[in-house]
Design a protein around this ligand. Structure first.
Ligand SMILES: [Zn+2]
Length: 97
């Protein structure tokens, strides 16, 4: 696979990493049935959401799904989500919790 943006093969391309730093991520907590908390992470652009969800689930040791352009994680992860996302290459200052 060749990246359409920089023309480099996917394994050399850093476009996704670069764009991660400029993405404004919003984190909010939703309450679902029976008062269960769900952490909704929103604002991703040009990102592989399946990979992000997988990575977050591993880092936070929880279940989760991709819903449209959002990642939903089971439980309230406000305490740890910023460090998890920054460990994945996102800019802490751009994460709004
Ligand atoms: Zn690229």
């Amino acid at each position: 696979m060749i990246c359409p943006k920089c023309g480099l093969p996917e394994e050399l391309c850093v476009c996704e990493d670069m764009s991660k730093r400029s993405q404004k991520i919003k984190v909010r907590i939703d309450r679902r049935k029976y008062g269960k908390a769900v952490t909704v992470v929103d604002g991703f652009e040009h990102a592989n959401l399946q990979n992000i969800a997988k990575d977050l689930k591993q880092r936070l040791a929880c279940g989760g799904t991709v819903k449209e352009d959002k990642v939903e994680l089971q439980g309230d992860h406000r305490q740890k989500i910023v460090s998890a996302l920054s460990g994945m290459g996102f800019d802490e200052d751009m994460i709004d919790t």
